[in-house]
Design a protein around this ligand. Structure first.
Ligand code: SF4
Ligand code: SF4
Length: 393
């Protein structure tokens, strides 16, 4: 079992200090060496790639697979890729997928059984060991989301062994944001855009002067990988350029959620007219929960063949936006869009704090971008705060 020790050891070696001595410079032309070094170390490298007009996370074999020269334009209900005027590898913000797809997969077969000689026999349900993965291009808000899922899936009364095995073997290469999408609000959530902890390696892509990465190791195994790459000493100018880029990503964020009194705000407004206004717009499509990097709910489904000779039990992502989610004997507890959206936002921003000690939102903005009708969590909080019940909060 991988367990506490590994995660705890990684936690203590995470560094939040930013000093010249701990940084080096990796030429952009050497990024491919990082990918091949990780492959030689036995990792399956997962990173950003362009698929079907979006940047998604998928297997990466070389720098040719990365979305070089692409930017993402995001707004409520809108996402589009556009060419950049430089050759940045990480010149986008976040796409529809998060690392949750690999750590807490959308579907997992829990067990299978077969009818044999007149009885039902549980088959060997040992999971095939997954190859360890290296995640390339993890943003600060995504690291915060992984820490939240650690808290929920590893550090509570029950531990999820599926998540645990995947999490403990994952090698994390963070890339600090030097630009923000119009939907980002990590700054107000205290989760980004600077990466302080949680990564084995932290990169910042620099374009002014020459195309290069400022890099530092956050763990011993990060240092080990870094030692195998051809790097040069970092200068004060490199450090300042990186800090300026990260500060610009924070300064250009146009959305925010004021955390002051947010629990009281939500707990004291169960009957606010804004919920009716929301219900008139929300389609209960569940997109917001599917794209959210912290939502963790699952359901269990049993299937069997028509002959009844083979049965399987699957765990699948579920969403509090479906009517079936709150079904108990006699019906659903939350059978209106109003009650489902209210439940989601109240859990995410208020009850999560009581339950797990932090907000359930990291400000990645995905639920805003991928909501087909452009419902904006930051605008909804503002409307509740201002007492508004219409779109003009
Ligand atoms: S609630 Fe929305 S902004 Fe917050 S973490 Fe989830 S998807 Fe991102
Ligand atoms: S808020 Fe938007 S994304 Fe979420 S369920 Fe409603 S319509 Fe779908």
């Amino acid at each position: 079992m991988v367990a506490e020790g590994v995660l705890a050891a990684r936690e203590t070696s995470w560094s939040s200090a930013v000093s010249l001595e701990e940084h080096a410079v990796l030429a952009a032309s050497e990024l491919g060496s990082l990918i091949s070094t990780l492959a030689l170390e036995g990792y399956s490298v997962i990173g950003p790639a362009v698929r079907d007009g979006a940047i998604v996370y998928s297997a990466i074999e070389s720098i040719q697979d990365l979305p070089q020269g692409w930017a993402d334009e995001q707004a409520p209900g809108k996402y589009r890729l556009s060419p950049r005027n430089d050759d940045s590898f990480f010149g986008y913000v976040v796409g529809p997928q998060s690392w949750k797809k690999f750590l807490h997969p959308p579907e997992v077969r829990l067990w299978q059984a077969e009818r044999q000689d007149g009885s039902f026999r549980i088959l060997n349900n040992e999971a095939t060991p997954e190859k360890a993965k290296a995640f390339l291009g993890v943003r600060a808000c995504e690291l915060a989301a992984i820490r939240i899922q650690d808290r929920v899936l590893l550090e509570d009364r029950y531990r999820d062994p599926i998540y645990e095995a995947r999490r403990a073997s994952a090698f994390v290469i963070a890339v600090q944001c030097t630009q923000a999408a119009s939907t980002c609000f990590c700054s107000s959530m205290g989760t980004g855009p600077a990466v302080s902890e949680g990564a084995d390696l932290v990169l910042t892509e620099l374009q002014s002067g020459s195309h290069r990465f400022l890099v530092r190791a956050g763990t011993d195994r990060g240092s080990e990988v870094l030692s195998k790459l051809r790097t040069t000493a970092a200068t004060e100018a490199d450090l300042h350029q990186a800090q300026d880029g990260v500060q610009a990503a924070a300064a250009t964020q146009v959305r925010s959620i004021d955390q002051n009194g947010i629990q009281e705000l939500l707990y004291q407004n169960f009957e606010h007219p804004r919920w009716e206004n929301l219900a008139a717009r929300c389609l209960s499509c569940a997109n917001c929960t599917m794209v959210c990097p912290t939502c963790f709910c699952t359901t269990v489904e049993d299937t069997s063949t028509v002959t009844g000779n083979h049965a399987e039990r699957w765990r699948r992502w579920d969403s509090c936006f479906t009517q079936a989610f709150s079904y108990i004997h006699g019906g659903s507890i939350r059978n209106s869009s109003k009650s489902r959206y209210r439940q989601w936002i109240t859990h995410k921003l208020a009850a999560w704090k009581d339950q797990f000690g932090s907000s359930g939102c990291v400000g990645c903005g995905r639920c805003i971008t991928w909501c087909p009708v452009g419902i904006d969590i930051t605008e909804e909080v503002r409307a509740l705060r201002n007492g508004g019940d219409h779109g003009d909060s």
